[in-house]
Design a protein around this ligand. Structure first.
Ligand SMILES: Cc1cc2nc3c(=O)[nH]c(=O)nc-3n(C[C@H](O)[C@H](O)[C@H](O)COP(=O)(O)OP(=O)(O)OC[C@H]3O[C@@H](n4cnc5c(N)ncnc54)[C@H](O)[C@@H]3O)c2cc1C
Length: 500
């Protein structure tokens, strides 16, 4: 059966009991399914996914130029070699994920067009009851599960975040959010203003600059970018030596992670030097006369927000060629013909693209309850950014910002599989994280320290997220290099895990 046939076959059967229910068939959910089949053989599971197919982020986003901003050797799974250029298009990532599904016969386990609406834990039965709506038929379906593995990402797929600006309704052209890119959007020879300067703006602008009359990137404040060739030298060398792809994948991952570790340390230990490295690379494209101080020099230290990689400096090449430009200013209001800025300058536009980010959705918009009481995740404390105090048999996959998300998908999966096997060994049906006596006076802090990492969507939604403590067990420290050793060493007999 090919992937499409498997999708149709799986849709036919839509209720039942499973050992594990996985929410979402993005890179996290597909990874979770793979690891369950390899590390917990015999475990029954189902993946419930709202959309018509797998891919998550890479299916939802369809704007021109959509590509990864980190390399696919580490954004890809550790178990499946990535054999193309490191920065990949959404289509390439979807094809890679499709191969993982097909090669490991995961298709029959995935139910598409199943939007999970509620998850209710019963301590009497030691079960989750998970209700979903079939988005094709509107039918309500119900599953029970011993364990709920939340791989639903961190933002709402159905709508992006657009701030309310004054007089938006007066603008006569089209306003588009990249998360809902319209198929019929014709930007040929049009004046386009892109609001925002994150990874989305940086990938979209070079892709549309060629055909549009002009693209203006309008930002309130600048962003850091990294740039370089879309190739990894060590991978090229090993390939020329005809080394096996499995080895190339592993060696290239290690090299990339080694270099990223060095760079991340530098941003903390020598932030000015790290900043200089980033800005000199931009200057190499734009030349000494370009106003880098105004347009490309953020006020914050590098790595407080995600740093997008710009392959071959294509964004800067567009600026250098005059097809794109950057304006750093604030919006006063929209006008019939564009945007009036606080400086008094007016930007003319036929199309305005709001690359202004996401709406955080920590729980996949699922109504959770525990023994009849509504569950408010913000009142829980996180166990290593994946489990929550008082919430039994549940894990959430939340990846890294400074390293590829998927590195944590593999690490969390190893942990979950070890936990499930341990529960089987000790005949436990329930595991609930709980603060230990020594944790009770621990200060409780927001999910992420804004001094450490502070993108807009996290700051807007921080009050909805679980709390963190001041010990490694009670934090998501965003540090792959620490967690790669700490996770395999987690003591499952620790009193932070209460088994019944
Ligand atoms: C444009 C873009 C580019 C990015 N590039 C990178 C990159 O290069 N490197 C990197 O590390 N990170 C990147 N990220 C971050 C990225 O989102 C994650 O790395 C990763 O794709 C998240 O995967 P996921 O499977 O956890 O979540 P998602 O990709 O968000 O997938 C979650 C899935 O769960 C489904 N779902 C949600 N709620 C429910 C529900 N109630 N019921 C059923 N299904 C549900 C959704 O439909 C979706 O398919 C990027 C993000 C964006 C938006």
């Amino acid at each position: 059966m090919n992937v499409q046939q498997e999708i149709r076959a799986a849709a036919a059967d839509s209720t039942g009991h499973f050992d594990v229910v996985i929410a979402g068939a993005g890179i996290s959910g597909v990874g979770a399914a793979y690891h369950l089949t390899k590390q917990c053989t015999g475990t029954s599971f189902v993946v419930l996914e709202t959309q018509k197919s797998f891919g998550g982020t890479w299916l939802t986003h369809r704007y021109p130029g959509i590509r990864s901003d980190s390399d696919l050797h580490t954004f890809g799974y550790r178990f499946k070699p990535w054999t193309s250029a490191p920065i990949a298009t959404a289509a390439e990532i979807l094809s890679y994920m499709g191969e993982v599904i097909e090669e490991n016969a995961l298709g029959p386990h995935i139910r598409y067009q199943h939007k999970i609406s509620s998850a209710r834990w019963s301590s009497e039965e030691n079960l989750w009851t998970i209700e979903a709506i079939r988005t094709d038929t509107g039918e309500a379906v119900r599953f029970t599960a011993n364990f709920f593995w939340m791989c639903q990402g961190y933002y709402r797929h159905s709508e992006g975040y657009t701030p309310e600006w004054k007089a938006m309704e007066t603008f006569k052209g089209r306003i588009v959010h990249p998360q809902q890119w319209p198929d019929d959007l014709d930007y040929k020879n049009k004046k386009v203003v892109v609001i925002g300067s994150g990874a989305t703006a940086a990938t979209l602008i070079p892709a549309i600059a060629r055909d549009s009359a002009h693209v203006t990137m309008l930002q309130r404040s600048p962003t850091y970018f990294r740039t370089g060739r879309n190739a990894i030298e060590i991978a090229e060398t090993l390939r020329a030596l005809q080394v096996d792809e499995t080895w190339i994948h592993e060696i290239t991952r290690r090299k990339i992670l080694f270099d990223q570790d060095a760079f991340t340390r530098k941003t903390f230990e020598e932030p000015e030097a790290a900043k200089k490295d980033l800005l000199s690379a931009v200057e190499a494209y734009l030349g000494p006369d370009y106003d880098i101080a105004t347009h490309f020099t953020p006020k914050y230290r590098p790595w407080r927000q995600r740093i997008a990689f710009i392959p071959d400096g294509d964004l800067f090449q567009g600026i250098k060629a005059g097809k794109a430009s950057v304006v750093t200013d604030e919006i006063e209001r929209f006008t019939e013909t564009g945007i009036l800025l606080k400086s008094g300058k007016e930007l003319e536009a036929d199309i305005i693209i709001t690359a202004t980010g996401f709406n955080l959705s920590a729980n996949g918009d699922i109504d959770f309850s525990i023994d009849g009481e509504p569950l408010d995740f913000s009142q829980t404390v996180t166990y290593r950014g994946m489990m929550f105090t008082g919430v039994p048999n549940l894990v959430w996959v939340f990846g890294y910002f400074r390293a590829s998300w998927t590195l944590r998908v593999d690490l969390v999966a190893d942990f979950v599989c070890r936990l499930l096997n341990h529960m089987k060994d000790i005949d436990a049906r329930k595991v609930t994280p709980a603060l230990r006596p020594e944790d009770h006076n621990m200060p409780l802090l927001p999910w992420i320290d804004p001094e450490n990492f502070n993108p807009g969507y996290m700051m807007r939604g921080m009050h909805l997220l679980p709390k963190r403590g001041d010990k490694p067990e009670w934090q998501h420290n965003q540090d792959y290099w620490a967690e790669k050793d700490e996770f395999p060493a987690i003591d499952l007999g620790d009193h932070a895990f209460v088994y019944e």
